[in-house]
Ligand binder design. Structure first.
Ligand SMILES: [Zn+2]
Length: 383
């Protein structure tokens, strides 16, 4: 399976200049390609093939005076920018013809010079390498300092260099990793992702966002308030924007590290993991949007999913129409309504439930039943 490994980069001022040039060239090639296809369509000409497009906006363009500077950056970076454009077009076509499932994909849009996040990709063809001194050697950029927070398990097939809104640089390596099955575990777990806790498990564990994360979030909110008080176009506003971006990056980093630890622990301890299918994009349109996105559940669930695949664990999402909080996990009776403020309840059968733990137990039961069904078993979830 392919995994990404991200590390912080520390380019020198000269390397930053070269990177800025490469970001710019990649953007220009992407936009030139998009424009060429749009014009062809307006003129009723056939769709420009990937090969023709590459010839036109890279090979031929380099020979013109207006685009001769494209030669100053690695050709692979330009080809990869065009590859991104081609993928965007393919996804868009697959989406409008119904070949691609899920939410509709918008047609590719022009990349802005003012975009917060800039990225370029080097593939193996670009001959990027890691020097014996432990630096990242990038063609036409140089040997860039990198902080290796962990080691790469194999040779990377590509590296994406990213500059984020906070002005930080990252290298994101794609590495093909072998499966690493863990010894069989006895327990299985259902996880309820709720609003009062980050997660509640069927064995009764309640996981809250850690205090350091809440602190970082408070600092972010304060930076955002400070920003809103600064006059438009002022120097102080520019400084405040960078401050917000930095606070944002801190929150994102802290949350990711924490989600990594939690997901690794859950996968290590359990043979099967079931979570409610949140369909976060659906919930995202409601008033819960902010908390849903802030809570970082989808990131956490994604981690569970790929770690399960990698370590030989079973993972499944349980459909969200499943009434996990209204169903008594002891007798299977359905409570009539369950307002959000009800934290615990008693079923007529006598069972007293913590709302979230009961939901997690139901998710576990539904997950087990689905798995048995898939294995040819006859067990169905209690109605
Ligand atoms: Zn009951």
């Amino acid at each position: 399976m392919q995994l990404r490994y991200n590390f912080r980069l520390y380019p020198t001022p000269g390397q930053r200049e070269s990177l800025a040039r490469a970001f710019g060239c990649a953007r220009v090639v992407f936009n030139d390609g998009l424009r060429a296809r749009q014009i062809a369509r307006e003129q009723g000409l056939p769709y420009l093939s990937d090969g023709d497009l590459s010839k036109r906006v890279i090979t031929e363009a380099k020979k013109t005076t207006e685009r001769s500077w494209l030669s100053e950056v690695s050709a692979v970076v330009l080809q990869q920018a065009l590859a991104d454009l081609n993928t965007a077009f393919r996804n868009f076509f697959a989406s409008i013809t119904g070949k691609r499932k899920g939410p509709k994909v918008a047609p590719p849009r022009f990349r802005s010079r003012k975009a917060n996040r800039q990225a370029i990709r080097f593939t193996k063809n670009a001959r990027f390498s890691i020097t014996t001194g432990g630096k990242l050697r990038l063609p036409k950029i140089g040997d860039v300092d990198i902080r290796w927070s962990r080691s790469l398990p194999a040779d990377p097939s590509s590296v994406t260099v990213i500059k984020d809104a906070a002005g930080r640089y990252f290298a994101s390596f794609v590495v093909e990793t072998a499966d690493a099955p863990l010894p069989e575990a006895a327990s299985e777990v259902g996880i309820d992702l709720g609003l009062t806790h980050f997660a509640v498990t069927s064995d009764g564990r309640k996981v809250d966002n850690p205090r350091f994360l809440r602190r970082a979030e408070r600092r972010l909110r304060k930076a955002q308030q400070d920003l809103s008080r600064k006059a438009n176009g002022s120097n102080n506003r520019k400084k405040a924007v960078v401050k917000v971006a930095k606070a944002h990056a801190k929150v994102a980093d802290a949350r990711r590290d924490w989600a990594h630890k939690l997901s690794t622990q859950i996968i290590r301890e359990n043979q099967a993991v079931y979570v409610e299918n949140l369909a976060v994009s659906g919930l995202g349109r409601t008033r819960l949007a902010k908390s849903v996105h802030d809570a970082g559940w989808s990131q956490f669930v994604t981690m569970l999913e790929y770690k399960a695949a990698r370590h030989g664990r079973h993972f499944a999402k349980i459909d969200r129409w499943f009434p996990s909080s209204k169903l008594c996990s002891a007798c299977g009776a359905l409570a009539e309504s369950m307002p959000l403020n009800v934290r615990s309840w008693e079923c007529p059968c006598g069972a007293v439930h913590d709302r979230d733990v009961n939901a997690a137990k139901n998710i576990l039961a539904a997950g087990r039943a689905e798995r048995l069904n898939a294995c040819g078993g006859t067990v169905r979830p209690a109605a």
